[in-house]
Design a protein around this ligand. Structure first.
Ligand SMILES: Nc1ncnc2c1ncn2[C@@H]1O[C@H](COP(=O)(O)OP(=O)(O)OP(=O)(O)O)[C@@H](O)[C@H]1O
Ligand SMILES: [Mg+2]
Length: 502
C-alpha cells in the first residue's frame, strides 16, 4: 500500500527511581497504519507514549520521526511537529464549551485585531464535528454537561483537528458503547486512508483484532513482539500479554441465589425527572444483579441516586428492611452500601496519598482496636492479600497512588470496596481499563463475595461479563427498565435488542 516508516523508537529506557518502567523498547510505525499497543496494567504503554511526546524524559534510546532523530521537549512541541495524543484520563476544561476546548491555544485562527470571532470558531467546530460524523455533540455545550462518552469524542475531535501525522489513542473506547465505538472506528479508518498513522492502546482484544493492522505486545517494560493482526488469534494474544493461559470466558459458580431470603435492597418507583423513571427492583443476599444497556441509558445515574451522589425526585429506597432518606453517600455507606463509580480516575483515587491508605481507607475501622489504635500489621496483611489477589502492580505501599499506571489505580479503588465487605456492593463498569488477566481475577472475587452472601449490583457494558456473572439481568433503555431475565434465559441477542429498541 506504499506505506513508509514514519516512526522508529529503539533501545528506549525509562526509570522512575528504582522502578524500571521501560527497559529497552523497540517500536516501529508506518504511515497509514493502525497499530495496537497491548499489555497488562503497568506494562509501560502510557510511559512509552509519554516519552515519545516529551512529557517524560527518556533515560536512554533513540527516536526517529520522519527520518530525523528527535527529542521533543513537551507535548506542545510534539503537536507542532505532527504527533497528537488522546489521553487515558480526560483532559478537557470542564467549565468551558466544546468549541473553546477544541481550539484552545489556537484562537488566533479565528481572531482579527486580537478579538476572537466566535461565529467563525463555532462554524469551524460544526464543520469538524460534521466531517467526523459527530453532529450529536453541541459545540456550545459546556464540557461539564456532557457524558463521559461525549467528552471522549470531543477529545478525539480535538486530536484529529490538528491534522497530525501520528495520532495516539490511549484507551479511547473505554467509556464508549456500540454506536459511539462504531463512530470512532470509522474515524480511525478514515484517518488511516488519508495516511495518518494511529497508535491504538486498548485492553479489548476483539476490538484490536478487528480494527488494527498490526499489534505490538508489551510486558514488564519490554516489547515482546509485533504481528500483523491477521496472523494472531485472541488466545495467542492473551498468552503473549500475560505469559500464561487464561480462560477468557468466565462462568459463574453454581451458587444458588437465595430466592427466598429477604432482599438486601429494595427500590420502589425511583424517579429523577428527565433522567430515569419508575425504577423498581430488589437484590437478595448472595445475588449478582446485572444492569445492561447502552451508554447513556441511565444505569449509572440510577446507581448514583441509590448511593446518594445525586438526588432523586420520588420513590423509595429500602435497605435491610429500613426505608432510607439517603441524601449523601455517607448515609448509604452507614446503611451498608459501597459503590465503585464508573469514573474512578476522577472520583475514586486520592492521587497524592499512599497506595496503602487508598486501599484500606474504607475498611479502616476493622483494623482498629477498641481504643481506636490501628493494628498496622493487620492492615498491611489485608492490603497485601487483596492487591495480590487482583495483581496490582506497585512498588511500595507508601508510594503515591498517582505513580501507578491507570489500570492499577482503578484496581486500587475496586480493592478498597472489596475489603470493606458491605452488605451491598454496587460496581459500575468494574473491569473497564483492566487487563485481561486481572479481569478474570476480579470475576473470581465477585463470585466469591456473592457466595459469602454479599448482594452485588453489576453495571456493565461488557456482554460476556454480564452473561457470565449475573444471576439476573435488568436492561435499561432511556431511563426505564425494559427487560428482565434470569441467568438461564439470558442471551446476547435478546439483551441487545431490548437495549436498542426497548
Ligand atoms: N510518575 C511515576 N512515578 C513512579 N512510577 C511510575 C510513574 N509513572 C509510571 N510509573 C510506573 O511505570 C510502570 C508503567 O506504567 P504505565 O502507566 O506506562 O503502564 P500502562 O501499560 O500504561 O498500564 P495501564 O494499562 O494500567 O494504563 C508502572 O509500574 C508504573 O507504576
Ligand atoms: Mg496506561
Amino acid at each position: 500500500m506504499g506505506q513508509t516508516n514514519i516512526l522508529l523508537m529503539e533501545g528506549i529506557k525509562k526509570y522512575f527511581g528504582g522502578v524500571r518502567a521501560l527497559d529497552g523498547v523497540h517500536f516501529e510505525l508506518n504511515t497509514g497504519e493502525i497499530h495496537a499497543l497491548v499489555g497488562e496494567n503497568g506494562a509501560g504503554k502510557t510511559t512509552l507514549m509519554n516519552v515519545l511526546l516529551g512529557s517524560s524524559i527518556k533515560d536512554a534510546g533513540r527516536i526517529v520521526f520522519k527520518g530525523k532523530e528527535i527529542n521533543f521537549k513537551s507535548p506542545a512541541d510534539a503537536l507542532a511537529s505532527g504527533i497528537s495524543m488522546i489521553h487515558q484520563e480526560i483532559r478537557l476544561i470542564q467549565q468551558v464549551s466544546v468549541a473553546e476546548n477544541i481550539w484552545l491555544g489556537r484562537e488566533k485562527k479565528f481572531s482579527k485585531f486580537k478579538v476572537i470571532r466566535y461565529k467563525l470558531r463555532l462554524e469551524a467546530t460544526r464543520a469538524l464535528l460534521k466531517e467526523l460524523g459527530l453532529e450529536q455533540i453541541d459545540p456550545l455545550k459546556r464540557v461539564n454537561d456532557l457524558s463521559v462518552a461525549q467528552m471522549q469524542l470531543v477529545e478525539l475531535a480535538r486530536a484529529v483537528s490538528y491534522d497530525s501525522d501520528i495520532i495516539i489513542m490511549d484507551e479511547p473506547t473505554s467509556a464508549l458503547t456500540t454506536t459511539e465505538i462504531e463512530q470512532l472506528y470509522k474515524i480511525v479508518r478514515n484517518l488511516s486512508k488519508k495516511g495518518t498513522a494511529v497508535i491504538f492502546i486498548s485492553h479489548k482484544l476483539d476490538e484490536i483484532l478487528s480494527l488494527c493492522d498490526k499489534v505490538t505486545v508489551m510486558r514488564d517494560g519490554h516489547t515482546i513482539s509485533t504481528f500483523p493482526c491477521g496472523e494472531v488469534t485472541q488466545p495467542e494474544l492473551i498468552r503473549l500479554i500475560v505469559g500464561r493461559n487464561i480462560d477468557n470466558a468466565y462462568v459463574k459458580s453454581a451458587r444458588a441465589a437465595e430466592n427466598t431470603g429477604e432482599p438486601v435492597l429494595e427500590v420502589k418507583n425511583l424517579c429523577r425527572t428527565g433522567v430515569f423513571e419508575d425504577i423498581s427492583f430488589s437484590v437478595r443476599p448472595g445475588e449478582v444483579l446485572g444492569f445492561s444497556g447502552l451508554m447513556g441509558a441511565g444505569r449509572s445515574e440510577i446507581m448514583r441516586a441509590i448511593f446518594g451522589i445525586d438526588a432523586h425526585t420520588s420513590g423509595t429506597i429500602i435497605m435491610n428492611g429500613k426505608t432510607l432518606g439517603i441524601s449523601k453517600p455517607r448515609d448509604a455507606v452507614l446503611a451498608g452500601m459501597a459503590m465503585v463509580t464508573e469514573d474512578r480516575l476522577r472520583m475514586g483515587v486520592l492521587h497524592s496519598l499512599p497506595v496503602l491508605f487508598n486501599t484500606t481507607i474504607a475498611a479502616f475501622k476493622s483494623f482498629c482496636t477498641m481504643l481506636g489504635l490501628i493494628k498496622t500489621q493487620r492492615e498491611m496483611q489485608a492490603f497485601r492479600d487483596i492487591v495480590e489477589s487482583i495483581s496490582v502492580k506497585y512498588h511500595s505501599p507508601y508510594q503515591k497512588a498517582n505513580q501507578l499506571s491507570g489500570g492499577n489505580q482503578q484496581k486500587i479503588v475496586i480493592a478498597r470496596w472489596l475489603l470493606c465487605k458491605p452488605d451491598l456492593l454496587i460496581l459500575d463498569e468494574p473491569t473497564r481499563g483492566i487487563d485481561v488477566g486481572a479481569k478474570s481475577e476480579i470475576y473470581k472475587l465477585i463470585d466469591q463475595l456473592a457466595q459469602e452472601g454479599m448482594a452485588i449490583i453489576l453495571v456493565s457494558s461488557d456482554m460476556p461479563e454480564i452473561l457470565g456473572l449475573a444471576d439476573r439481568v435488568i436492561v435499561i433503555r432511556n431511563g426505564r427498565i425494559v427487560y428482565e431475565c434470569l441467568h438461564e434465559e439470558a442471551n446476547q441477542e435478546t439483551i441487545m435488542s431490548h437495549a436498542f429498541y426497548g
